[in-house]
Every structure is written in structure tokens, then in C-alpha cells.
Design a protein around this ligand. Structure first.
Ligand code: PSV
Ligand code: MN
Length: 389
């Protein structure tokens, strides 16, 4: 047992990753959405499915909502339903990309009326946060242009800054804006928040309760994401993560599936600063769609992938690393990292689960529970949830 094992176990026992409500609905590509049997028909059923992931992993205590996909009559009631299921409602994600009015953008749109409509939606999301007790408003803007000359690049930044300032003003003292960036898509020429630098600059202007979200799928291939993590952490502006995997663009595949080593390198930067626990102020979240795999096991697998990368990162011997770095021992420093990465942490995680009274194998335990069969039989009729691609 390495010296860091007890510490790693303690941090892992307290780790919690937020699930996206949309992972439980039908999803697909712009070519086809494949319907799966037993998919939830409303946000209440989505929470019930999410609660299964929490039940078997013990590391998925909250669920992010997406408005209007998760619109309900009574959000306080939805929050009570979540609590009854042993989960909590986490970030509120806005949606200013699925309305015909937003063809030329939302908060950056050249027409003031459309910007007003988008801003009102963001303010409505803050009202929902008040009702659910959520602290984080997650903003991702699909805004941008497709053709050179289509709109003023600088003018769009001005409009964005104005809307963000109005929304920031509306936040309660305990609430934050988490601003997400994305390289491209759906716009292909310019994107109004294309990178962490743009997001960071807007957050700096807004104030301390505006922070940057890193969606791991939103970068150019080869981008060193752990550098961005280290930089934002140092500046106190890392608000959270949308974890997922990419091979090509914003693939939204299961985190740790494409590049587990990258996930480890990211978690290492966080472990160095000891900001993995629930009080870190960092909203750790999955942002994924399970298009061809079953959704609940897909989420369980994803939580386990994050846990495995975290466990390896927690095992890095920081003293040995610092000593090798100070001595200019390039190979030695690299070896410290690789030793941790090459450790099989599955037995350690099995122990953590057993000590929490959980089955050491969450996927097998879920499969044996019969829940998948139950929902297939029960959820007949009505219309299945989905993001409508
Ligand atoms: C955009 O691609 C994004 O990553 C944003 O986080 C959205 O909220 C999410 O996907 C779901 O559309
Ligand atoms: Mn995202």
C-alpha cells in the first residue's frame, strides 16, 4: 500500500460528479435519433434514472437540468422529488439555440428584440435556480457567424458583454455564472465564445462570481487541456467541467473512453491543488449523450472512468515529483507520473465502494437489479424525452 492510498480513499469516498438530465433522454446525431425502450417521458422520470446511477456508484449526487427540455410546473416540487430519490438538482443549463428566432444568434443577435428574448430566458433560468436551490447558471452560446462580413465581430462581443452584465446583476450572492466556450459548431466562421481566453476575459469584467467551464470536447485536436486547467485554477476562475470524450469534434462520448491518459493529466492538476472534493467550488459534471449504448449503464461507466482517473491522480507522489522537478530530473519526474497512471486502481475503488456499503461492481449490480426491464415494461405510451435533433 503506497503512502497516499488512505488519502486517496478518503477523497474518492467524498467525490461527486453531476449527471446531465439529457443523458437519459433520446439523443443522436444530426442524421438520426435512435429511440431506446424505457426512456423517460419527463424530468421526474429522468431524475429516477439518475438516482439509479447514484444508488450504484455513490458518486453521482446531483443532476443538471436543461431549460426548456426540463421545464415543469413546479420546480420546488421537482427539487423535493430529487431529494426523495437521494439526488439533488445541480447546475441550470440555458438553451438559446433551439428557437427559430436564434438563426443569427441569441445574446449576440443584431436585433435587440431577439437579444431581449434570449436575456429573458437566462433570467428565467435564475428564477428556476432560486426555486431549486441551484447555485450555478451554465451558459453556452451557439452564437457566431458562417460567412466573413456577415456581422461585426467586435459588435457581437459588445452585445454579449451587455447581456452577461445584466444576468450577473440578477444573481443572488451565493449564485454564479459558469461560462462555457466551444471552438466551433453550429457556427463555422466565427464563434462568439470560442475559447477559454474569451470566456476568461468576459468573466474578469463581470466579477468573481463568473467563472469558466471547460467542456473537454470543445477544443481543437491536440489542445493541452491540462494547461488550461492549471491556468484557470491559479487565477481562481475555474468554475467547472463538462466531461466527455472526443475523437473528432464535439463527440459527447463517454468520458475517459477516447483518451483516459488525458483525463488523468487533467485530474492530476486538480489533485495537485486538492480541489477534487465537494467543497472545492468546482462543478464536476458529465455532458454526454448515449446515442447507441444504454443510458443508465453509460452514465455508470462514465462515473467509474472519472473515479479511475481521479484515483490514479491521487496516487501521484507529490513530494517525489517536486524533488525530481527541482533537481531538473526530467525522466524521474515523468516516471513519478507514469507510475501512478500505470497503477491498476480498480481494487482500490472496489474497496472504497465496499466500505460505503455499495456493491464493488456497480455495472453488475445495476444489471442484476432488474430496473432496466422494469422501465421498459412500465414506460409505454407518452412521448420520450429527447433533445430533438
Ligand atoms: C454544447 O455543445 C454543450 O456542450 C453545452 O454544454 C450544452 O448545454 C450541451 O452541449 C447540451 O446541448
Ligand atoms: Mn457542454
Amino acid at each position: 500500500m503506497s503512502d497516499r492510498t488512505p488519502y486517496a480513499k478518503q477523497v474518492l469516498a467524498g467525490q461527486s460528479i453531476e449527471m446531465p438530465s439529457w443523458a437519459f433522454g433520446n439523443s443522436g446525431t444530426r442524421f438520426k435519433v435512435f429511440a431506446q425502450q424505457g426512456v423517460p417521458r419527463d424530468p421526474y422520470e429522468k431524475l429516477a434514472d439518475a438516482a439509479q446511477v447514484q444508488k450504484y456508484t455513490g458518486a453521482a449526487g446531483s443532476v443538471a437540468l436543461h431549460i426548456p427540455w426540463d421545464r415543469v410546473e413546479d420546480y420546488a416540487d421537482l427539487a423535493r422529488h430529487a431529494a426523495d430519490l437521494n439526488v439533488r438538482i445541480g447546475t441550470i443549463n440555458s438553451n438559446t439555440f433551439q428557437d427559430d428566432d436564434y438563426m443569427l444568434g441569441s445574446v449576440c443577435h443584431p436585433d435587440k428584440k431577439i437579444r431581449r428574448k434570449a436575456t429573458d430566458h437566462l433570467l428565467e433560468c435564475v428564477d428556476i435556480m432560486d426555486a431549486t436551490g441551484s447555485t450555478d447558471l451554465k451558459l453556452w452560446f451557439a452564437d457566431g457567424t458562417n460567412y466573413p462580413g456577415q456581422d461585426s465581430i467586435a459588435g457581437r462581443q459588445d452585445r454579449l458583454a451587455d447581456v452577461l452584465a445584466e444576468v450577473y446583476e440578477r444573481l443572488g450572492d451565493h449564485q454564479r455564472i459558469l461560462l462555457e466556450y466551444k471552438l466551433f459548431e453550429p457556427s463555422f466562421y466565427t464563434t462568439d465564445v470560442p475559447d477559454w481566453g474569451t470566456a476568461y476575459a468576459h468573466c474578469l469584467k463581470l466579477g468573481p462570481r463568473a467563472q469558466v467551464v471547460i467542456d473537454t470536447g470543445h477544443h481543437a485536436p491536440g489542445t493541452n487541456i491540462e494547461f488550461i486547467v492549471a491556468f484557470l485554477l491559479r487565477e481562481g476562475r475555474l468554475g467547472g467541467f463538462d466531461f466527455n470524450s472526443r475523437f473528432y469534434a464535439d463527440d459527447d462520448l463517454m468520458v475517459g473512453a477516447a483518451d483516459p491518459f488525458q483525463l488523468f493529466r487533467i485530474m492530476h492538476e486538480l489533485a495537485l491543488r486538492e480541489v477534487i472534493g465537494p467543497d472545492s467550488g468546482i462543478a464536476y459534471m458529465l455532458d454526454q449523450c448515449h446515442n447507441i449504448e444504454p443510458k443508465i449503464p453509460g452514465q455508470i461507466r462514465s462515473i467509474m472512468n472519472v473515479q479511475e482517473a481521479t484515483a490514479k491522480a491521487l496516487l501521484v507522489d507529490h513530494d517525489a515529483l517536486a524533488a525530481a522537478q527541482a533537481a531538473g530530473d526530467v525522466l524521474g519526474a515523468n516516471a513519478v507520473l507514469m507510475d501512478a497512471y500505470n497503477t491498476d486502481v480498480r481494487p482500490l475503488l472496489a474497496e472504497v465502494r465496499t466500505e460505503q456499503g455499495l456493491d464493488p461492481d456497480p455495472l453488475a449490480a445495476y444489471a442484476a437489479s432488474g430496473y432496466a426491464e422494469e422501465i421498459k415494461a412500465a414506460r409505454v405510451g407518452g412521448s420520450q424525452a429527447g433533445w430533438g435533433a
